[in-house]
Design a protein around this ligand. Structure first.
Ligand SMILES: C[S@@+](CC[C@H](N)C(=O)[O-])C[C@H]1O[C@@H](n2cnc3c(N)ncnc32)[C@H](O)[C@@H]1O
Ligand code: SF4
Length: 346
């Protein structure tokens, strides 16, 4: 990844987080001689101290709600194609109960991601849900991840009237192999995205920030540069990701080398996020697409009781001790950046 790309990413994160901290750390510890310090004894000493301090008093700052686990696509790198959970759309009533329960108990939460293991825009009630959060909890930044295929003019106009913080268009391919990778129609998705960004510009809206993302697969590894050149002028950022294998359950031929594989640290989302699946279950993290590890159901029990349950606390404590033997964690590969996480989000 070139310097220009990193610079753009830094500016984007500055707009997203209000601070460029995330990218500065990433840059310093991956592109400069400081990268040699990562996971040395001194580094580990201070890093551990930082984790201890953070986990002592921390309350969540992110809520993620899976409003739909139905999807209109069949991306080859996504676990959705093999998910066995019953597919459904969350009702407005349940969404409201969840949002009220979580946000009234955790005033520390500032971000809501309306996305799970499915496509959020399949949910025809999505706008009402966003509207509710905008009206009742105006300080909450709402983020959305979408493949863009259902985001036609009408939905785009509605979305642009709401208070959204970020929309990530997961494009994941160039035209020539788009159908093969996603199962969707490139022309339609392109048209939808271009309309969205054109309307946003016409309305002179600073938000939502628009991000385009690409998973680097063996099918598209040669297209990374073209992808960046094609999409960067249309949005605020282009993100190039290395695909995960969803806790060992989706074998993907990855072409990018994972950074910082020397040492594994605790996963920050265990402290930082409240993850709710389409049925209201509080699950461990974004890797658990089958909702295998559940701590309780927020439609039935108080959120604080679930987040502080013995089962959840034990998993957090094990993580802090470096024990990753539990379900999901045992086979997960999402920890590759864990040697940096705790500086960046703290
Ligand atoms: C699971 S999708 C759900 C939201 C929506 N359907 C979408 O595609 O944006 C959320 C994000 O996960 C990404 N994703 C899919 N497969 C992945 C993989 N193997 N590793 C990492 N991210 C992946 C998608 O590109 C998307 O940006
Ligand atoms: S990446 Fe998104 S669009 Fe593609 S199959 Fe998965 S959930 Fe659906």
């Amino acid at each position: 990844m070139g310097l220009r790309y990193l610079l753009k990413e830094t500016l984007y994160y500055k707009r997203l987080d209000g601070s460029p901290k995330r990218m500065i750390y990433k840059f310093l510890f991956s592109k400069t001689p400081l990268s040699r310090l990562v996971n040395t004894r001194a580094y580990n000493f201070f890093y551990k101290k930082n984790i201890d301090k953070f986990t002592k008093e921390h309350t969540p700052t992110i809520l993620q709600i899976e409003n739909s686990n139905v999807c209109n696509a069949r991306c080859i790198m996504c676990p959705h194609t093999k998910m066995k959970r019953k597919q459904r759309i969350m009702s407005f009533e349940n969404f409201k109960i969840i949002v009220d329960e979580v946000l009234s108990n955790y005033r520390s939460i500032k971000n809501l991601t309306i996305t799970g293991f499915g496509e959020a825009t399949v949910d025809r009630g999505m706008i009402d849900k966003i509207k509710y959060v905008n009206e009742m909890y105006p300080w909450i930044n709402i983020d959305l991840f979408t493949n863009g295929a259902l985001l036609g003019k009408e939905l785009a106009d509605e979305l642009l009237k709401r208070n959204l913080h970020k929309v990530n268009f997961s494009i994941n391919a160039m035209e020539k192999n788009y159908k093969k990778i996603t199962g969707l129609n490139y022309g339609l998705v392109r048209e939808n995205i271009l309309y969205f960004v054109k309307r946003k510009k016409e309305l002179k809206n600073k938000f939502p920030l628009v991000n385009f993302s690409l998973m680097v697969l063996k099918e598209n590894e040669k297209d990374v540069k073209d992808f960046i050149n094609l999409w960067e002028r249309h949005g605020d950022s282009v993100m190039i990701y290395r695909p995960l294998d969803w806790a060992g359950s989706k074998k993907i031929e990855s072409v990018e080398k994972p950074p910082f594989v020397k040492k594994r640290w605790s996963c920050i989302p265990l402290w930082q996020s409240v993850m709710v699946d389409v049925d209201g279950n509080i699950i461990m993290c974004c890797q658990d697409y089958e909702s295998k590890v559940k701590f309780g159901n927020v439609l039935e029990e108080p959120i604080k009781k679930i987040m502080n349950s013995k089962k959840f606390q034990e998993i957090r404590e094990k993580h802090k001790r470096g024990d990753f033997s539990m379900d999901i964690c045992r086979t997960c590969d999402n920890w590759i950046n864990s040697s940096l996480w705790w500086w960046v989000y703290n």
